[in-house]
Design a protein around this ligand. Structure first.
Ligand code: GLU
Length: 313
């Protein structure tokens, strides 16, 4: 038996073929009504290696709602603005709780456990908003995504944002609760408006894998040479993704996939193989923790076949 590492294009194509045939696809999110309209059969995958080679298969160019994947990029922006002061208003420990849980907030006096549960991401958005009008803050976030993905066509899906605005009662409760502890500086409506809109950015796997390249390469996009963050900061963002990127499924994701990653309820996941590749997968059906069911399985197959888990083997 040969122990040669298989060819990346072949692995990616085979995974997409296998995923197309699987009957178990999870459940599409319905609590944001607009997301329930997405085809559960969709599946896309893109891997961009250190040389810039793009391996793509399935619905790799279809735009979908990035939802909580946006939280990685708002965290990056907020750290750029506030530096380590950000950690005074949001922690960096795994929560072991669902993405929209309110229980820990009371015990921990309005300081969310980490920037990737909804409460933490709302506090991060509030940091970006301070000193700006909501429209300016949102423009800043959108331009950052366009810059990272090298694609000015990326936009916000207004129908998804409006859908969440109408039904986001839990996020409204979380934001008001944090405000009662003094951990939201701006009017709650403004902060939530920016939060719902950045979750509603539409991107494809190709755009997301491109936008994540700096995290795989010590803060720098190897194609453009642009330094987005310092190597130290990229390392820390990856650490928070590894421990908190999949809510109460973060341990399972580390166990099975072994890469820093971040999921969204639109069914997307970004993952980072340090110094090797940035990866984006999309399949809209979710598991019980709100993470893409087939997305996680596809990533597990990818890291196993390529030997890319950061934990070896
Ligand atoms: N906009 C979604 C919410 O706040 C994001 C959740 C997610 O993608 O996990 O409920």
């Amino acid at each position: 038996m040969s122990d040669a590492v298989p060819d990346l294009d072949t692995v990616v194509r085979e995974i997409a073929e296998e995923m197309a045939d699987r009957p178990d696809r999870g459940e599409v999110a319905t609590y944001i009504p607009e997301l329930a309209r997405v085809d559960p059969k969709a599946f896309g995958i893109v891997v961009i290696d250190a040389d810039g080679h793009v391996a793509a298969a399935g619905d790799s160019d279809t735009s979908f709602s990035i939802q909580s994947i946006s939280k990685v990029f708002t965290l990056t922006l907020a750290l750029g603005m506030a530096g380590d002061r950000l950690w005074r208003r949001v922690g960096r420990e795994p929560s072991g709780s669902p993405f929209n849980s309110i229980v820990q907030l009371e015990r921990e006096r309005g300081i969310p456990r980490n920037p990737f549960i909804n409460a933490g991401a709302i506090a991060v958005t509030d940091t970006i908003l301070s000193g700006h009008q909501p429209r300016e803050a949102l423009g800043e976030i959108l331009r950052f995504m366009q810059f990272l993905a090298q694609d000015p066509t990326i936009t916000i899906d207004e129908a998804v944002a409006a859908s969440e605005l109408r039904t986001g009662f839990r996020n409204i409760a979380l934001a008001n609760y944090m405000k009662s502890f003094g951990n939201i500086d701006n009017p709650v409506d403004f902060t939530l408006g920016v939060y719902f809109h950045h979750c509603a950015i539409g991107m494809s796997c190709r755009q997301l894998a491109t936008a994540s390249r700096f995290l795989a390469h010590s803060g720098r996009n190897p194609l453009t040479g642009h330094s987005v963050v310092s190597p130290e900061r990229a390392k820390r963002i990856n650490a928070v993704m590894l421990t908190c990127g999949h809510y109460d499924g973060s341990g399972e994701f580390a166990y099975r996939v072994g890469l820093p990653g971040k999921s969204g309820v639109g069914g997307g996941i970004i993952a980072v193989a340090p110094e090797k590749a940035s990866i984006a997968v999309w399949s809209p059906g979710l598991d019980a923790s709100g993470n893409s069911h087939l997305g996680r399985i596809a990533l597990e197959m990818l890291t196993r076949r390529l030997g890319w888990s950061i934990f070896g083997a």
